[in-house]
Design a protein around this ligand. Structure first.
Ligand code: ZN
Length: 215
């Protein structure tokens, strides 16, 4: 997901803990270690088939997966993103990485393999209509209502089960990246008119990072 270009709202929900991984400690060192081992790759953009179909489940938890995650952190940093899905660097596997602040400004760094979003109970489904952008729709932003709280379950790079909890902008990121791995871009959730406007913004802008040209 692209960095937010507007103020985000304040979320006053209390933090929960226990079943969720801690992804707020040693963020700077962890992110740096990943991207120093990784190689930055160009970003696929809307129209590339790899972005518009469900990615394959990850079944091998070895060195290749670790290298992919490192490359994704390197690519995310080059493109100045807050989240990146594997198909955004052309890899057809269910993996995403993130480096994203929540609504208290706390930084979260991590990765999720084979992510699935929890269905939210009605009382946690509070919609927030902040702006959203995507590295695969360069230079475009649009307002999109999404729940301001999200839980994603999946695995880590070793195959261990994990759950990640997010509020505010980080909740938006978790939903956005999981959508990618099922073949959906945020513009697919917009009205026809807003989608057209986002594509116009993209056509008029110039990405500030390397992209894969569509045929
Ligand atoms: Zn995106």
């Amino acid at each position: 997901m692209a960095q937010q270009d507007t103020e985000h709202s304040v979320n006053e929900e209390p933090k929960e803990s226990g079943e969720f991984i801690v992804d707020t400690e040693d963020c700077e060192a962890r992110e740096l270690a990943h991207r120093e081992r990784g190689t930055s790759r160009p970003i696929t953009v809307v129209g590339n088939p790899v972005l518009h179909k469900e990615c394959k489940d990850v079944t091998e938890f070895g060195d290749e997966l670790a290298q992919l995650i490192d490359d994704m952190f390197a690519s995310q940093r080059t493109a100045e993103g807050v989240g990146l899905a594997a198909n955004q660097i052309g890899v057809d596997l269910k993996v995403f990485v993130y480096d994203c602040p929540d609504d208290e400004g706390v930084r979260h760094v991590g990765h999720v393999v084979n992510p699935v979003l929890d269905e939210l109970p009605a009382d946690r489904r509070i919609l927030d209509d902040s702006n959203e952008g995507c590295l695969s729709v360069p230079t475009a932003y649009a307002s999109l209502a999404r729940p301001d709280y999200a839980v994603v379950r999946g695995q880590d790079m070793h195959g261990n089960p994990i759950a990640v909890e997010g509020t505010g902008y980080f909740a938006r990121c978790l939903q956005h990246e999981t959508d990618h791995l099922y073949g959906y871009l945020y513009i697919d959730r917009l009205s026809k008119r807003d989608r057209k406007d986002a594509l116009r913004q993209m056509a008029e802008g110039t990405p500030r990072y390397p992209v894969v040209a569509n045929d």
